[in-house]
Write a protein that binds this ligand. Structure first.
Ligand SMILES: [Zn+2]
Length: 236
């Protein structure tokens, strides 16, 4: 089964259409952006009946805001990790942990945002590895916490993955790829990047901006690991 990924930029955040025998929508953009996805589906020759699942990478509104309208229109299950499920169901933001001053300012605006919906419940709660063959796509969902505690990624054949906001290019989504400026747990972030490496992921489709080659990211992680080992050794 051949798998293709189409990036659908929806204002700031990306949605992705992952196509095998059926099609999975990964993330949905801010509220009011379902029309952007319908246009992309039309361009790609994907019918509404081809959609088998909506997978939300994490509980931030710019990634799940249109899920309520899409679920209603397409009548398909929605999958999200257990630890971020509550933010979709309450229509709130997963906690934002800023790494720098501009991010702290953004948090002031972003943290209190809400989306209204009618008793939305996620259908598939991800705790661990979730195979996607029953949704007509070769690949699986894997928890990759760091940015939020309930962040998860879709691991695909051909050494690719869709990773939400685990890794992005800072500086307006250009420049070197690293952890997002909102990072809940640094150690979990490093473990998640290592997990992608162990899964053989060479290219990621992030939640913002174009695809990222993972080789420099792994090299950077290796430098950080060596530095921290050296510091521990020096402190003996
Ligand atoms: Zn996010």
């Amino acid at each position: 089964m051949k798998t293709t990924v189409t990036r659908v930029p929806l204002r700031l955040a990306n949605s992705h259409l992952v196509r095998g025998k059926k099609t999975i929508i990964v993330d949905t953009g801010d509220p009011g952006f379902s029309h952007g996805l319908y246009r992309a589906m039309q361009r790609e020759g994907i019918n509404r009946s081809d959609i088998s699942l909506i997978f939300i990478t994490h509980g931030h509104i710019d990634h799940y805001g249109s899920v309520f309208a899409l679920k209603k229109a397409l009548d398909v299950p929605v999958a999200v990790h257990r630890l971020d499920q509550i933010y979709l169901e309450k229509g709130t933001q997963a906690p934002l942990y800023p790494l720098n001053r501009p991010a702290a300012l953004l948090k002031r605006v972003g943290q209190g945002m809400r989306v209204r919906h009618n008793n939305f419940k996620a259908d598939i709660i991800v705790d661990d590895h979730l195979d996607l063959l029953r949704f007509g796509v070769e690949g699986f969902i894997l928890p990759t916490p760091g940015h939020t505690l309930g962040s998860a990624s879709l691991i695909l054949p051909d050494s690719c993955a869709i990773t939400g906001d685990l890794i992005i290019r800072r500086h307006f989504f250009r420049g070197p790829a690293e952890a997002c400026v909102f990072l809940h747990d640094k150690e979990k972030y490093h473990n998640s990047v290592n997990l992608l490496k162990l899964c053989g992921v060479k290219k990621i489709y992030p939640g913002h901006g174009a695809s990222i080659d993972m080789e420099p990211v792994y090299a950077r992680e290796e430098r950080i690991r060596r530095r921290s080992t050296q510091t521990k050794y020096d402190q003996r």
